[in-house]
Design a protein around this ligand. Structure first.
Ligand SMILES: Cc1ncc(COP(=O)(O)O)c(C=O)c1O
Length: 425
């Protein structure tokens, strides 16, 4: 399967039915699983055998879909979570604890920023945010003795900055910690961070992977390359006995390829229960089957809209890494040679009022707190997600009041441009 092209993996990976078995991944809509003897079940509780006993931890439908995502990203193991938020929390909390420190790009999704800066801070985990443009010296200077992970987004939501994955991975590895990359926006069709040195990849599958605005979900993929034992003192959760599983040492028993996901499932899923429903995993798989067909169209529409906006007199600035004029175009050429995604952000002359009136006039693009699905949608942070901030506060946060984020769907680009043109006029 590994040598197959990405499109074949989108359609086929993760599930191979046997003779006479269902062609489609079965939805195992069962909370529990039956055993003939307590000994049989006991082996699962001791992690001596693989299998299922309770869907709060694992479910076969989810595991087929997770295996497909692992194959797409080029990882050794993966798991589904109930949301992208849960995926990022689990990925970090699997190796951090009270007293740990994280280095994170400041250019990340607001929900993830809040998770790390506010909620994880309450758990005693501190963070240093760094500019995605920081040079190696600046990145090195942000590390501390208790740093346990580095985090960034391949293409940041909504800033659309492009992460220099190789640079971040090099610095993280020099400090003996893994690089975690949220690859939600490009998806593995357009970028596979593991090929550039990332150790853990996360997703909000709610976005392009599902692609139809139908199911909230998340995923975590382990590259299977990080040597936990070589940095055993930093990662006791993986390298010291887990008394809740009779003294198992994850890194010894499951090796580099399996330790991270096994620990995440058997500890964090067990205790927090952020499992994706098998029904949602099935819907997600339908989206994955066409991901390689949809992404090029999202990119085509994003680029066409970005080019149109760039040439319009009422538009002050356009952010889209595919544009030659974009600050991140060189990085995009390296990491996203086939394009990034369909999300474009732009700033309108006239600020908040102009943005509000423009969006009201759109007929195809709908106003939504969402991105990355088949239908074009848009949002003005100043009048929605960030409406409590003044214009001055918005400016300080790098979000001009007239900024609009538009997520180009799968419609005909000529219609999208005509819609935007009439709303601008
Ligand atoms: C890049 C990125 N990561 C994570 C998330 C959180 O995902 P979810 O909404 O599925 O919890 C989002 C949501 O917009 C996102 O854009």
């Amino acid at each position: 399967m590994n040598n197959q092209k990405i499109g074949t993996k989108c359609v086929q990976a993760g599930y191979t039915p046997g003779n006479g078995e269902p062609r489609q991944i079965p939805i195992i809509q069962s909370t529990t699983f039956k055993y003939d003897t307590s000994e049989d079940m006991g082996k699962l509780f001791d992690l001596e055998a693989s299998g299922y006993f309770y869907t709060r931890l694992q479910n076969p439908t989810n595991d087929h879909v997770a295996a497909k995502i692992a194959a797409l990203e080029g990882g050794s193991a993966a798991m589904l979570t109930s949301s992208g938020q849960a995926a990022n929390f689990f990925a970090l909390f699997n190796i951090c604890e009270c007293g740990s420190h994280i280095v994170a790009s400041s250019s990340i999704y607001g929900g993830t920023f809040n998770l790390i800066a506010v909620t994880m801070a309450k758990m005693g985990i501190e963070v240093t945010f760094v500019s995605p443009d920081a040079d190696e010296d600046e990145l090195n200077a942000s590390f501390k003795e208790n740093t346990r992970a580095m985090f960034g987004e391949t293409i940041a939501n909504p800033a659309l900055t492009v992460l220099d994955i190789e640079k971040f991975a090099k610095v993280a590895h020099a400090h003996g910690v893994p690089l975690i990359v949220d690859n939600t926006f490009p998806t593995p069709v357009n970028c596979r961070p593991i090929e550039w040195g990332a150790d853990i990849v996360t997703h909000s599958t709610t976005k392009y992977m599902d692609g139809h605005g139908a199911a909230v979900g998340g995923a975590i993929v382990d590259a299977g390359k990080f040597d936990w034992m070589a940095h055993a003192d930093k990662f006791p959760g993986l390298t010291q006995p887990d008394e809740s599983y009779h003294g198992i040492v994850y890194a010894e028993k499951f090796g580099k390829e399996g330790a991270f996901i096994t620990k995440c499932t058997s500890q964090l899923m067990r205790d927090f229960g952020c499992i994706q429903s098998p029904q949602n995993a099935f819907i997600l798989n339908l989206g994955l089957e066409s991901l390689h067909v949809r992404m090029p169209k999202h990119v085509e529409n994003g680029l066409a809209v970005a080019k149109f906006l760039e040439g319009h007199k009422k538009v002050v600035k356009v952010n889209y890494p595919g544009l030659e004029s974009d600050k991140y175009h060189e990085l995009a050429k390296k990491y996203l040679p086939n394009g990034g995604c369909g999300v474009v952000s732009f700033e309108l002359e006239g600020g908040r009022a102009a943005a509000e009136s423009f969006m009201k006039k759109l007929k195809i693009a709908a106003i939504e707190t969402h991105v990355a699905d088949a239908r074009t949608c848009c949002l003005n942070p100043a009048t929605s997600t960030h409406r409590q901030l003044t214009d001055e506060q918005l400016e300080a946060a790098g979000i001009p009041a007239g900024l609009i984020r538009i997520s180009c769907g799968l419609e005909d680009s000529a219609d999208l441009i005509a819609d935007i043109a009439q709303a601008l006029e």
